[in-house]
Design a protein around this ligand. Structure first.
Ligand SMILES: [Zn+2]
Length: 137
């Protein structure tokens, strides 16, 4: 190996992040602001991307738990009717993650939902576990 290649390898190993498993699946903090009677969830689409779930599925869950109406606008923001705190919404997103994202067997967020005969099953891509979702959608 030449000196040049040697250096190159050093540089590469410095810039490569070690693939450490994270204990907790981290979702961006909800960025909320009031707009009249509406709470606008500015980074809703970013959050949904991170969750890797259908925006409507997440929104339906928030609506049910908050007991309010909500819609998504053309920029992917969620508009929740009423006034809700960041803490409250963060808590609900955490609940959503626990119910619909994290594998109960191995804790991996690397999962997807499957529908089978009217039930929803959380399928883990990491360990292969299949778990019936008991949380109402
Ligand atoms: Zn698993």
């Amino acid at each position: 190996m030449s000196d040049y290649e040697d250096h190159l390898e050093d540089a590469l190993s410095e810039t490569t992040e070690p693939a450490e498993p994270t204990d907790r699946f981290s979702v961006p903090d909800p960025a909320l602001r009031r707009e009249g009677e509406t709470t606008v969830y500015d980074n809703f689409d970013e959050t949904v991307d991170r969750l890797d779930r259908e925006p409507d599925h997440v929104l339906r869950y928030l609506k049910r738990r908050l007991g309010t109406r909500a819609s998504r606008d053309e920029r992917g923001r969620a508009r929740l009717v009423g006034s809700f705190s960041t803490d409250r919404v963060r808590e609900l997103i955490d609940d959503y993650v626990a119910a619909f994202v994290t594998c109960p067997e191995c804790g991996s967020p690397d999962t997807h939902l499957e529908r089978e005969a009217g039930t929803v099953v959380l399928r883990c891509d990491a360990c292969g576990a299949r778990t019936a979702v008991t949380e109402r959608e």
